[in-house]
Design a protein around this ligand. Structure first.
Ligand SMILES: C[S@@+](CC[C@H](N)C(=O)[O-])C[C@H]1O[C@@H](n2cnc3c(N)ncnc32)[C@H](O)[C@@H]1O
Length: 443
């Protein structure tokens, strides 16, 4: 009989691939998509992987403080097993004795029997503490589990909000759905989901479900009645204002979450779904098939329309640009350990080139909605303010709630516990072409 998969062993193997050290820098989501045990064992593997990535910095610091000599680089799996154990003890409700006993055995399975005694001693000591006590004297960037550069950037961009942002980035995200308006009203959907469902406050088709449920347990999920999508991420598509039968460009479409939403909101729109990566467009096709809608897929670089544009203008453009993903660290906590400060200038440059290249494709009177899942101002309001300054026929139409942070353009959402992700959007309108009489004007 095949050996039953050990969820903790699976977590150590996944983390070993994802985290800096011996791994190949693969993204946590990609690694977890394959090679995770089924059912509740898979749930434990995922929890350990996400938890260790979220709290990596203070867990590592505490572990290092306990060691007389550092763990060798080639024994990285032992370090990861210890970090999983610390996370389980301090951030989960699992019985302490079961956690303490599981890891020495795991070391043996990792063929590192030499580490069983060390593991036992470290976890026993940790079981007499809690995280707040263990991390109490750590510098803010360590306690917030952020790389120094990102903590500094949070403080520079958001001096008053940085602490709350860091805290919200450590908590597991809420489970948020988008109701398919072609299938039911939000009230009907809330009634169908029953206890634990509540409407979102910002996006008209959003709802939160606590505790989360497997998507297979959502009524009609397979046939498109719901989609999993953060509330903030639902805001841009609602602002496209597509005229009947209008042509829409979804410029960075994969995996197609917002393409599907555009077609729910504007069912007769003709949508071109563009992405630079052909394989990722296959994900768009799957997303749309579940919703029972279709778009015209196109592989191409949004910054180089001459390679793929057929010359027919668009009534609306969604530019959901590649970005630092610093607004969704709670969903993709491994991003903190992969990103470098040096990655930002090329990203900011690409976003600017995309804005400039796509603007001429928009019909006068049309809207371009620019969006990122970043909280860094150079990718967001400063990016858009610079675009507005160099683009005379563009105006910022973005409506934002009075309590939103003051920014130079658009609407910045900062991550909120039990609320939306960190996200940015700007709704930009192209001036109507002047009438011929006006053109002659006041000469
Ligand atoms: C933030 S994701 C888009 C998410 C998507 N809009 C959704 O809601 O599901 C960014 C996407 O941009 C694509 N991308 C990156 N650079 C691009 C470029 N130069 N041109 C077009 N797409 C690009 C990536 O392949 C990725 O799929």
């Amino acid at each position: 009989m095949a050996e039953s998969p050990d969820p903790r062993l699976a977590a150590v193997r996944a983390l070993n691939r994802v985290l800096p050290g011996q791994g190949d820098g693969a993204s946590l989501r990609e690694v977890l998509r394959r090679g995770v045990p089924d059912g509740s064992a898979g749930g434990l593997t995922r929890d350990l992987c996400f938890g260790v990535c979220r709290y990596l910095r203070p867990l590592n610091q505490w572990l290092n403080d306990q060691l007389d000599k550092p763990i060798k680089a080639k024994a990285q799996p032992v370090r990861l097993a210890l970090l999983c154990g610390l996370y389980e003890l301090w951030f989960t409700e699992r019985p302490q004795h079961a956690v303490v006993n599981a890891y020495p055995e795991l070391c043996r399975r990792l063929k590192a029997g030499w580490a069983s005694g060390l593991t036992n001693a470290v976890l026993r000591k940790a079981s007499r503490l809690d995280a707040a006590t263990a991390f109490a004297d750590y510098p803010p960037a360590v306690a917030a589990s952020l790389p120094d550069w990102l903590w500094r950037q949070f403080q520079e961009d958001w001096p008053e909000q940085a602490d709350d942002m860091a805290r919200a980035s450590l908590t597991p995200p809420p489970f948020t759905l988008r109701v398919n308006r072609q299938r039911h009203s939000r009230e009907q959907a809330l009634a169908a989901l029953g206890e634990g469902a509540r409407p979102g406050e910002l996006a008209p088709w959003s709802l939160y479900l606590t505790p989360p449920r497997p998507v297979a347990a959502l009524p009609g999920f397979d046939t498109g009645a719901f989609s999993v999508q953060d509330e903030a991420a639902q805001l841009p598509a609602e602002r496209l204002a597509v005229p009947p039968g209008g042509r829409v460009l979804d410029a960075c479409a994969a995996p197609g979450g917002k393409t599907g939403q555009i077609l729910e909101a504007f069912p007769d729109a003709r949508v071109v779904a563009l992405d630079r990566v052909a394989e990722r467009l296959e994900r768009v096709r799957e997303t749309l098939a579940r919703l029972g809608v279709s778009a015209e897929p196109r592989v191409g670089d949004a910054a180089e329309p001459s390679d793929w544009w057929d010359g027919e203008p668009f009534d609306a453009i969604l530019l959901d640009a590649p970005c630092s993903a610093t607004g969704i660290l709670r969903r993709q906590p491994d991003v903190k350990w992969h990103r470098r400060r040096a990655d930002l200038p090329p990203l900011v440059d690409l976003q600017a080139r995309m804005l400039d290249a796509l603007w001429p494709l928009l019909r006068p009177g049309g809207r371009l909605v620019y969006a990122t899942c970043s909280v860094l101002r150079e990718e967001n309001d400063r990016q858009v303010a610079a675009f507005l300054a160099r683009t005379p026929d563009a105006a910022d139409l973005t409506e934002r709630p009075p309590a939103a942070p003051a920014v130079a353009a658009g609407w910045q959402l900062l991550p909120r516990e039990d609320g939306p992700d960190g996200f940015y959007l700007a709704c930009l309108r192209k001036h109507e072409a002047p009438a011929p009489d006006e053109q002659k004007g006041d000469r």
